[in-house]
Design a protein around this ligand. Structure first.
Ligand code: ADP
Ligand code: MG
Length: 369
């Protein structure tokens, strides 16, 4: 096991910059997720750590060793992809032992190691089967097992659960976390799925357009997103964003003034400044008195089992280009139906403000980290 350090890593493909100036250190034994929308550079970053892709600039260290120009097979990393890519003519046991045989491990040790990993992954009964006789979930478990069996210093996973159905994804996600606790291998996990990133990782790197947006623990990033991209990417349903203007000490959403906490008045906004208000759906509340809050009409009510997702629209039309939707997570017992008109309010402590043109967070003030 080893730490992984990237220092100002950039990769360009002709005029496309896939990743730019990426620096971070994953400590020995930590589980990090790299998350971001499709095309943001996640796979490129992981492939550079694996040695399957070369960096245009910057260095990669595994442990104390600079591996920037070391070939993939000499880096002691194991990678698992979305497509399991098992050897079809070999049994599960042979697939799992393949890397060990190349390493020159004696046969009986190979068998012990394969059995140990198969047990951890619940695939012992499948060891004699061929990949063609396995379901997708079983094949992906074998692919994970093959990578783990080699006891690599670093474990790299690129969207390993994307091809699985929702229930299996949940199940294997839980197993992955358990495996990491058992084996403690330094892990980089790439996903576009923020829930996977949030649930699995010690630390999350949010990427967008090849640039790091924020690094932090799942909880920290969720509570203190640095900008609108991070705020809206993490969380499901995502944070609501409303265009507003700061005017005469008030925030106005369309023609609706919104009572502004003192802290926002003191946040140094300029009169007339356009801002984006961010509100998480779980922070909206039904307002008993009409008139103080957002006047909305209910478009759709979706029962989620434990709670209701109520999709609403602002009654105030505002500018036609402004987003007008407000999603509200309401208690399951709430009686509400499409067409209802309500007033929703939010605790000022739960508000975010972002700069309209850059998306940078204006409120709450400067980050602690
Ligand atoms: P992600 O995995 O986040 O979806 P990728 O790392 O695959 O993103 O791609 C990042 C960007 O780099 C994309 O714009 C993609 O088109 C580009 N890219 C990736 N690989 C190549 C390549 N071999 N040649 C040219 N462009 C590439
Ligand atoms: Mg990818």
């Amino acid at each position: 096991m080893a730490q992984v350090r990237l220092n100002q890593v950039t990769r360009r493909f002709k005029e496309t910059t896939a990743i730019a100036d990426i620096s971070f250190t994953v400590k020995d034994g930590e589980f990090w997720a790299i998350v971001g929308p499709s095309g943001c550079g996640k796979s490129t970053l992981l492939r550079i750590v694996a040695g399957l892709e070369t960096a245009t600039a910057g260095e990669i260290y595994i442990g104390d060793r600079c591996v920037t120009s070391v070939p993939a097979r000499q880096r002691d990393v194991a990678m698992v992809f979305q497509n399991y890519a098992l050897y079809p003519h070999m049994s599960v046991a042979e697939n799992m032992a393949f890397g060990l045989r190349l390493q020159g491990m004696p046969k009986s040790d190979r068998r012990d190691r394969v059995n140990q990993v198969a047990k951890a992954l619940n695939i012992e009964p499948l060891l004699e089967r061929k990949p063609g006789q396995l379901s997708g979930g079983q094949q992906q478990r074998v692919a994970l097992g093959r990578a783990l069996a080699r006891s690599p210093q670093v474990f790299l996973l690129d969207e390993p659960l994307s091809n699985l159905d929702a229930q299996l994804r949940d199940e294997i996600r839980g197993e992955l976390k358990h495996l990491h606790q058992q084996f403690g291998i330094t892990t980089l996990y790439v996903t576009h799925d923020q829930i996977e990133a949030m649930t699995l990782a010690d630390q999350i790197v949010v990427l967008d357009g090849g640039h790091i947006q924020q690094i932090g623990s799942p909880q920290f990033i969720y509570q203190h997103p640095k900008n609108q991209m991070v705020a809206t990417f993490l969380g499901s349903p995502p944070m609501n964003i409303l265009a507003a203007q700061f005017k005469a000490g008030q925030l106005a959403v369309g023609a609706q003034p919104f009572s502004c906490p003192d802290a926002i008045r003191q946040a140094g906004l300029i009169d007339g400044q356009p801002v984006q208000i961010g509100i998480r759906p779980e922070h909206l509340r039904l307002c008993p008195k009409p008139g103080v809050g957002f006047q909305v009409s209910v478009a759709v009510v979706e029962p989620l089992g434990r709670e209701l997702l109520v999709r609403t629209e602002l009654l105030d039309k505002g500018k036609s280009s402004d987003p007008r939707r407000l999603n509200w997570i309401a208690p399951m017992a709430m009686t509400v139906e499409a067409g209802d008109r309500l007033t929703l309010t939010v605790d000022p402590d739960a508000l975010f403000l972002f700069e309209a043109d850059t998306g940078n967070r204006l409120y709450p003030g400067p980050l602690e980290n």
